[in-house]
Write a protein that binds this ligand. Sequence first.
Ligand code: PLP
Length: 384
Amino acid sequence: MPAPTYLDHAATTPMRAQAIAAMLPFFDERFANPSGSHRFARDARRAVDEARDRVAAALGVLPGEVVFTGCGTESDNAAIVGALANGGTAVCTAAEHHAVLHVVEHLDGRLVGVDGWGRVDLDDLAAALGPDVAIVSVMAVNNEVGTINDLAAVSRLVRERAPLALLHTDAVQAACWLDLRAITPLVDLMSLSAHKFGGPKGVGVLTVRDGARLAPLIMGGGQERERRSGTHNVAGIVALAEALCITDADRDRENERLGALRDRLVDGITSQLDGVLETVPRELKIAGSAHVCFSGVESEALLYLLDEAEVCASAASSCASGAMEQSHVLTAMGVDAEWAQGALRMSLGHTSSRADIDRAVDVLVDAVTTLRRAQVRRRGVGST
Ligand code: PLP
C-alpha cells in the first residue's frame, strides 16, 4: 500500500526512528520496574534519571522540575486540578484544548475570550484575574489554527493581578516550533505530550516550577517524588527524551523548511481557487500549520474526498468520537458559521516533503472544485 499524503501532524506525528530504537531494550532485557531495589531496577531507574536530565536540559528547567505523566491530557488535568486543591478559581481561554477547557468548565472556572486570530484577549484576561484565582491556563500554540500566544504579556499580567495564582501553559503543540526554554521561565507549569514531537503515545511531561504548590492528581506508590504515582513507563520516557532532544536540535532548520512548504501549500490552494479564507495570518502562527476555510464546501464532504485520495487532514482537532461539530475555537474567534463549516486543518511535520505538498494541492483543488460543481448542480435541480 503506498504511503498516504499525511498532513495531520498536529493530531500525531510519526515516531522518530531513534526514539523507537531507544525504547526497544526496555521491553525485554531492561524490563525492570525502576521503583525496585535490585540491580535491574537500578538500571531502569538510571534510564529514567538520564531521560529526566535530558528533558530538563531541553526545557531549561531543573531535573527535579520534570514530572513524567501518562499523556498531555493528564498533564493538563494535573495542573488545573492540583492547583485548586486548596480552593480558588481556575481561569482559561475559550480556545483551549478540551483537556484544559472541559476541566475548567467542570470546576466552574472562568473563560476568557480570544481575538479574531485566536490570541488571548488581554483586557478580558485582566478582568478575570483577582485574589481568588488559583490557576490561569493559556495555551502556547492553538492546536486547530496554530496561533501563538504572547506568554510574556500573559505572565506579566498574571503576576501583577493575581500574584498567588499559578500560571500553566499547554505547550503540547509548541514543542516542534518554539524554543521551550524561552517559555518555561514565564510559567509555573507546562504540559507536553511525546506523540506530538516524534515520541510514543501515552507519555507526557508536566514541568512544575520549584516551590510551586501543586497537589497530585494521581496518588499511590509515590513515584515522581509523590507528584505522580504509578509505575514509570520507562520505554516511553526514554523515547520521549530522545524525540525531544532531536526536535530541539532540528527546530530552527525545520521551522525554515516546513514554513516554506506550508507557504507553498497555502499559496498553491489560494492561487487556484476562489473563496478561500486563510483563517490566521501566517506571521501569527507556527510554521507547520495551514488552516483554511472554503466557501460553498462542507468539511465532512471534503475530508471524505481527501481520504478517498489518501490525503490525511482534519477539520477541527481530533477527538475520540470523530464527530463533526462546529469547532469551539472558530466560534471563540468569531469566525462566520458559513466559513467555519468549510474549515480544513492541514499540519506539517518532520516527514513532510515537497512531493506531499504538491500532491495535496492537486487533490484538494480537484476535491473542492468537484464539491462546488455538485452544489451548483443540486441548486439547479432544486430550482426546476
Ligand atoms: N493539548 C493540546 C493542545 C493538544 O493538541 C492535545 C492533543 O491533541 C492534548 C492537549 C492532549 O494530548 P494527549 O493526546 O497526549 O492526551
